[in-house]
Design a protein around this ligand. Structure first.
Ligand code: ATP
Ligand code: MG
Length: 411
């Protein structure tokens, strides 16, 4: 009674499955007999592999393998695998009718009848060439990138090595230079002192009377030898500081008293030129822990410049505590010739003097400020300058309340 409609329904379901298989365009779906010969061929198989059904039906499925794989017996082994295990899955190169390869995803499945007897195989193949190409591309890019990173790292390492080497070389050269300067300076000091000594002896007439013009000449010798001695001392100092051989002696320094003393030393020179040196301090100027002789040298160099480059007006030295910076600030201000803005960054360089005229007119060699800068660095301080050309200059330096513990004995 109910068999007819059942068969009909089954028939129509089979028809729709067949349609589904035959029309699937992105999958090659076909059947193989027991030996592996093609027995059915869908649209997808035709599209992917390029054979029309009449060209391929009856042919052995090994046609789709590469020659290499065929020689190695892979088609047979794959079929054997599907036979034994019920299913075989693989990804690999397959060949189209026109001989071009494509990257395939393959599934071979064993087909049995109702009694469980083997009647053949189904084979589903997908063309994954695009995916494979993209994957290969990504892998290549990744390898490329890794390679480039490796290369760059190696380059950087090499550059770093060279840089370290150069720095070491430069430091060695610097030490050698300082050593040379300090040796030469040292050797110069002895004969200079002898010259000054002999001139002094002559002047004091132990070898007989000295007439007016002779005395003037002797004073010329003394003056010039004195300049030379100062230059040699300055060079020696600078070389010592730069090579790290200048040691510090920290004590409690009364900065106010120190400034007064230096000002007093220089007053004869300013008064001779007709202007005063004034000192202005805060009442509560604290003592600082520092090296008094180094601070004295800084003050002498700044004040002697102020006196040298000023003709009228006055020189003022101010000192005050800087609560915000935990230090004491000293300003040496003059109403002298001033410095052009473009010269300001250079005046702390060794041997730099503003236009050659200044050398002839004012003397000196241009080491004073270089020494000031190096000494302040040694004392963990700092210096800055403000100046108006034709009106005057102000050199401001800051000293910390106490120095960094590790800089007391520079290496
Ligand atoms: N107070 C100042 N007013 C104007 N110019 C200045 C002043 N201080 C320094 N300079 C300029 O900076 C230059 C460098 O000063 P620095 O003290 O280093 O050398 P110097 O005084 O010429 O020689 P040295 O100090 O070795 O005797 C000076 O030659 C001068 O041109
Ligand atoms: Mg000077």
């Amino acid at each position: 009674m109910g068999t007819r409609p059942d068969i009909k329904r089954l028939q129509s379901r089979l028809d729709s499955y067949r349609l589904l298989v035959e029309e699937a365009k992105d999958y090659a779906i076909f059947l193989l007999d027991l030996e592996g010969n093609v027995t059915s061929w869908n649209l997808g198989a035709e599209r992917i592999k390029g054979y029309r059904p009449q060209e391929i039906i009856g042919k052995h499925f090994s046609t789709f393998y590469t020659e290499e794989d065929r020689k190695a017996g892979r088609p047979e082994r794959n079929l054997q695998h599907a036979f034994k295990e019920g299913r075989f899955e693989d990804e690999g190169w397959r060949i189209r009718k026109d001989g071009s390869p494509f990257w395939a995803d393959v599934v071979i499945t064993r087909i049995e009848d109702e009694q469980g007897n083997l009647i053949g195989f189904s084979k589903i193949t997908r063309d994954l060439t695009e995916r494979k190409r993209a994957e290969d591309e990504i892998r290549k890019l990744k390898e490329d990138l890794e390679h480039r990173v490796e290369e760059r790292t190696a380059e950087l390492k090499e550059a770093n090595k060279i840089l370290k080497q150069r720095t070491a070389e430069a430091e060695a050269a610097d030490r050698l230079k300082s050593q040379f300067v300090s040796n030469v300076s040292h050797e110069l000091r002895t004969p200079i002192n002898a010259i000054i000594g002999y001139a002094d002896l002559l002047k004091s007439e132990v070898y007989g009377p000295v007439a007016g013009e002779q005395r003037e000449a002797l004073e010329g010798i003394e003056r010039n030898a004195g300049d030379l001695a100062r230059l040699v001392n300055d060079m020696l100092d600078l070389a010592k500081i730069v090579s790290g051989k200048m040691s510090l002696e920290r004590t409690q320094v009364n900065l106010g008293a120190l400034i007064e003393a230096v000002a007093a030393d220089l007053r004869p020179f300013s008064e001779k030129k007709g202007f005063p040196i004034r000192c202005v301090f805060e009442r509560e100027l604290p003592r600082i822990e520092s090296d008094a002789s180094k601070i004295k040298q800084i003050l002498v160099n700044l004040l002697s410049n102020a006196v040298k480059f000023t003709d009228r007006g006055e020189i003022t030295v101010r000192a005050r505590k800087r609560g915000d910076r935990d230090g004491v600030e000293v300003v040496v201000q003059d109403t002298g010739i001033g410095i052009r803005p473009e010269e300001l960054p250079k005046i702390f360089d060794p041997f730099h003097q503003v236009d050659g005229a200044s050398t002839r007119e004012y003397g000196g060699v241009g080491l004073g400020l270089a020494i000031v800068k190096e000494l302040l660095q040694l004392l963990d301080g700092e210096i800055r300058v403000e100046s108006t050309y034709g009106k005057g200059s102000a050199f401001t330096f800051l000293l910390p309340m106490r120095g960094q513990p590790d800089s007391t004995t520079p290496s």
